[in-house]
Design a protein around this ligand. Structure first.
Ligand SMILES: Nc1nc2c(ncn2[C@@H]2O[C@H](COP(=O)(O)OP(=O)(O)OP(=O)(O)O)[C@@H](O)[C@H]2O)c(=O)[nH]1
Length: 298
């Protein structure tokens, strides 16, 4: 009988650093890995970011593996094993996926796969600004074997301690790391044989998230764009994608009011906005973005 393929599940709220961790693992190399990404939003931004790093990718855009796309999730895993025969599989679950349902899915419906490790990333900055731990976040934390308290560069040491206490209140056994840019040794995330991981019954009820996309082949005025982004309503929780200005194109990341931008090749502007109650602001934001367009492409 062939050995089961180990699967590492990476969970955590929107924008906490999951893709950052996946990129770190891929850079470290060493194993034939397959990465499965599940996106909330209509375009698979994360998968595009990963492309070119010599890795197999299966994109499940526009849904949530633990509920509406459960069937596809299993099929994707089976296909990865059949076609790629990876030494391990990494699943980056959407910030909205329920970790317990994913764990259940892997253990009960995927006999060729062995759950190696559940990593939960906590966004320390977010956790300080919004200390209430919602149902999904609690669920992620309780199911975790390893917890990264990430973005500690953005908060005071005393605040990190408070975040740590909250994490410990929900999960006493997980191995805990405090990180910047998820700078944990990827080796620590693999090779763990964890037999007794907790599984929790699934319960829905988190407020609805909504998303929309802005796409443009016209260059944007960067000054206007940055002004618009700095004035986004509070309900915009996460925005990401590619933005093209006269000076170049960029990978754009926005998490609860913080903007990160790095040079990145892109042939158009393509941005996803995610938030609670976002539909009320959708038209205004789209009109604002349209207003940033400066000139047609040459
Ligand atoms: N200051 C700071 N920024 C970080 C850290 N880790 C990640 N980031 C930034 O946070 C933003 C979001 O990181 P991602 O890795 O894309 O987060 P994600 O969890 O994959 O996001 P979703 O796929 O939308 O859920 C990016 O701009 C990262 O560069 C950190 O430790 N400190």
């Amino acid at each position: 009988m062939e050995a089961r393929t180990p699967l590492t599940l990476i969970t955590g709220s929107l924008g906490c650093g999951k893709t950052t961790l996946v990129r770190r693992i891929l850079r470290a190399g060493g194993r034939r890995m397959a990465v499965l990404m599940n996106e909330f939003g209509e375009i698979p931004i994360d998968s595009r970011v990963i492309q070119g790093e010599n890795i197999e990718i299966v994109e499940l855009a526009g849904g949530c593996v633990c509920c509406s796309m459960t069937g596809e999730f299993e099929a994707a895993i089976r296909e990865i094993i059949e076609k790629v025969r990876p030494e391990c599989i990494i699943v980056e679950a959407t910030g909205l996926a329920e970790a317990d349902a994913l764990v259940f899915e892997v253990e009960d419906n995927l006999p060729d796969v062995r759950l190696d490790c559940v990593v939960c990333i906590v966004d320390a900055y977010m956790s300080v600004r919004h200390p209430h731990v919602g149902h999904t976040a609690r669920n992620h934390l309780r199911a975790a074997h390893i917890v990264l308290i990430n973005k500690i560069d953005l908060v005071a040491t005393a605040d990190v301690k408070e975040v740590e206490a909250r994490v410990r209140g929900l999960n006493r056994n997980a191995v805990l790391f405090k990180t910047v840019g998820c700078d944990v040794d990827p080796l620590l995330l693999f090779g763990l044989e964890l037999e007794n991981h907790p599984v929790f019954t699934s319960r829905r009820g988190e407020p609805e998230f909504q998303s929309f996309v802005f796409t443009s082949r016209v260059l944007l005025d960067d000054r206007k764009f940055h002004k618009l982004v700095s004035e986004l309503p509070e309900c915009v929780y996460r925005a990401k994608g590619f933005a093209r200005f006269p000076g170049g194109s960029y990978l754009f990341n926005f998490v609860v009011g913080r903007v990160d931008i790095e040079a990145f090749p892109a042939d158009r502007t393509q941005l996803v906005f995610i938030g609670r109650g976002l539909n009320t602001f959708r038209e205004a934001i789209l009109a604002g973005l349209k207003g940033c367009e400066v000139r047609d492409e040459l």
